[in-house]
Design a protein around this ligand. Structure first.
Ligand SMILES: *Cc1c(COP(=O)(O)O)cnc(C)c1O
Length: 453
C-alpha cells in the first residue's frame, strides 16, 4: 500500500489535537477523560478511512455533550405537566439563577453581619413560613418520603414526658394509625406502608379500602398511638361507595394528626379543587403536614414539614434529620421558588387552550410551508407526578406519524411526545413559548425516509 494514501498514517496526533484551542475550550467544559474518549473514537474513524483527518476536530466537537454531566435537557411535549421520568417540576429562571449564585462558597450557614454561625437555610425557611402563616414551625428535608420517614421515626420514638404539644405525658406510642384506603404505592414499587414500617413504627390499619369512619379510628387509638396519619391518595381515585374522615374530625381523637398532602400546594388552588393544601390542613387542626417540593409547588426536589412549632423542632433535632438534610442548591432553589415569579409548572397549568391552539397551528403552518403535513388535534393534558389524577387540562397537539417518535427522542434537543393510537402527539403546554421554534426545527430535521415509512 502506498504510505501517503494509507489513512492510518494520516491520523492526527493526540497531543497536537488537544492543543487545538477549540478542543482545549471543550476540555474545560467536559473534562479531559471524556474529551480523549470521544477524540479517540474520531481518530479511529480516520484510521478506517471514514472521515478525513481535517474532520477530527469538528466531528469530536459535535459528539461531545454540552456539559460534564450526562443529564440532558429535553423538551417535554408530552402534555404531562409533572413528568416523573423527566424530573418533575422544571425550575423557574429565578430558581436557576439562585442555584448558580449559591453553587460556590455561600453564606448558607453564616451570618455575614456578625461573622458567626447562622441557621442553615434561614432564607428558605423564612420564605416557607411566610407562605404558610398557619404553620408554627417549618423544616425542609430531601423529599416527601424523607419528610414522612422523619415524622414516623421521631414521633414513634420513646417520648420524653411533657414533650411536644399534643403528645401528652402518657406511655410512649409506637403505633401509627392509618386508613386502609390510604396505604398507597407512590411509584417505582415504593409503598408508603413499607416506608413507615422501615422506620420501626407499627402500622395500625383501620377501616377498609373504600370506607373508613371516625369510629374505626377511635377504636384503634389508645395509649400506644403515636399519631394518626392521613395520606392523600394522590395518584388514584376510589369512586362509588366510599367514605373518608376529614382532618377536622380526626383531630377530635385527641392524638396528633399528621397529613401527607403529597403535591405541595401551600394554599387552596381553584384550578385543582380536590387537591389538599397545607394551610387548610393546618387550619383544620393537623399537627404536622408533609409535602413534596417538586410537584405542584414547582420547585426543587424537597420534603416540606410544616406544623406545630414544638413538633417541628423535635423533628429538626432528631439525629435522622442530619441524614436527610438538603444542600445549599436545594435551599436556594426553594427560596427563589417561594419568593420569585410564577413557576413554569404554574404557567403550564394555566396556559389557555386558545393560546395553545394558536401556537400549535403556527407550528403546523410553518411545517406545511416546508412541505410537511401535520394535523392539529384536541388533546387532554394531565397534571402527572402522582397529582390530581382526575383532572384533565384541555389542550391541543400536533399529530405526526408515530415514526417521528424515535428520531425526535434521539435528536438534539430530544423532544418527547405522547404516542396514541399510531400517532405521535406533541403538546406545547409544557414547552416554554420561546422553545416552540426548537420543536419546529427538531421536527423539520427528521429525515425524509423516516417521515414516509
Ligand atoms: C409524591 C408523594 C409522596 C412522595 O414524595 P417524594 O417527594 O416523591 O418523595 C408521598 N406521599 C404522597 C401522597 C405523594 O403524592
Amino acid at each position: 500500500m502506498n504510505g501517503a494514501a494509507d489513512p492510518r498514517r494520516r491520523v492526527p496526533r493526540t497531543d497536537v489535537l488537544l492543543a487545538d484551542p477549540r478542543l482545549a475550550a471543550a476540555e474545560a467544559t467536559v473534562g479531559r477523560a471524556r474529551l480523549k474518549a470521544v477524540l479517540g473514537a474520531a481518530q479511529d474513524r480516520v484510521r478506517r478511512g471514514e472521515i478525513a483527518p481535517e474532520e477530527v476536530v469538528p466531528v469530536t466537537l459535535a459528539a461531545l455533550p454540552e456539559t460534564a454531566a450526562g443529564l440532558r435537557p429535553v423538551l417535554n411535549a408530552t402534555g404531562v405537566v409533572l413528568h416523573t421520568n423527566l424530573g418533575r417540576a422544571p425550575l423557574s429562571a429565578a430558581a436557576v439563577d439562585a442555584v448558580v449564585a449559591a453553587a460556590g462558597h455561600t453564606d448558607v450557614e453564616l451570618d455575614l453581619r456578625t461573622g458567626r454561625r447562622a441557621r442553615r437555610g434561614r432564607g428558605a425557611l423564612a420564605a416557607l413560613a411566610a407562605a404558610v402563616p398557619a404553620a408554627g414551625g417549618v423544616h425542609v428535608v430531601n423529599n416527601g418520603a424523607a419528610a414522612l420517614a422523619l415524622a414516623a421515626t421521631a414521633l414513634t420514638a420513646v417520648r420524653q414526658t411533657g414533650g411536644a404539644a399534643g403528645l401528652g405525658d402518657g406511655p410512649a406510642g409506637r403505633e401509627i394509625v392509618v386508613s386502609r384506603g390510604e396505604l398507597v404505592e407512590i411509584g417505582d414499587g415504593f409503598r408508603l406502608p413499607d416506608l413507615l414500617a422501615s422506620t420501626g413504627a407499627t402500622l395500625r390499619e383501620v377501616g377498609t379500602t373504600n370506607r373508613t369512619a371516625l369510629a374505626d379510628y377511635a377504636a384503634a387509638v389508645g395509649p400506644g398511638t403515636a399519631f394518626v396519619l392521613k395520606v392523600h391518595p394522590s395518584n388514584f381515585v376510589v369512586r362509588g361507595f366510599t367514605a373518608a374522615v376529614p382532618v377536622d374530625e380526626l383531630v377530635t381523637l385527641g392524638v396528633p394528626v399528621v397529613v401527607d398532602i403529597g403535591s405541595g400546594l401551600l394554599a387552596p388552588d381553584p384550578l385543582l379543587p380536590d387537591e389538599p393544601d397545607a394551610a387548610s390542613a393546618l387550619r383544620a387542626g393537623a399537627a404536622l403536614v408533609t409535602a413534596s417540593g417538586d410537584k405542584l409547588l414547582g420547585g426543587p426536589q424537597a420534603g416540606l414539614l410544616l406544623g406545630d412549632a414544638e413538633l417541628v423542632e423535635l423533628l429538626r433535632r432528631h439525629p435522622l434529620a442530619r441524614a436527610l438534610r438538603v444542600d445549599k442548591l436545594t435551599l436556594a432553589a426553594l427560596e427563589a421558588t417561594l419568593t420569585g415569579p410564577e413557576t413554569p409548572t404554574w404557567r403550564a397549568l394555566r396556559t389557555t387552550p386558545a393560546a395553545l391552539r394558536l401556537r400549535t397551528e403556527r407550528l403546523r403552518d410553518q411545517l406545511a410551508a416546508a412541505g410537511l403535513r401535520a394535523e392539529v388535534v384536541p388533546h387532554d393534558a394531565v397534571v402527572g407526578g402522582g397529582g390530581a389524577p382526575e383532572v384533565t387540562l384541555d389542550s391541543w397537539a400536533l399529530a405526526l406519524p408515530e415514526e417521528y417518535a424515535e428520531p425526535l427522542r434521539l435528536g438534539d434537543p430530544p423532544v418527547l411526545g405522547r404516542l396514541e393510537r399510531g400517532r405521535l402527539l406533541l403538546d406545547l403546554r409544557c414547552v416554554p413559548v420561546d422553545r416552540d421554534e426548537a420543536v419546529r426545527a427538531a421536527v423539520a430535521r427528521v429525515p425524509r425516509g423516516r417521515r414516509e415509512s
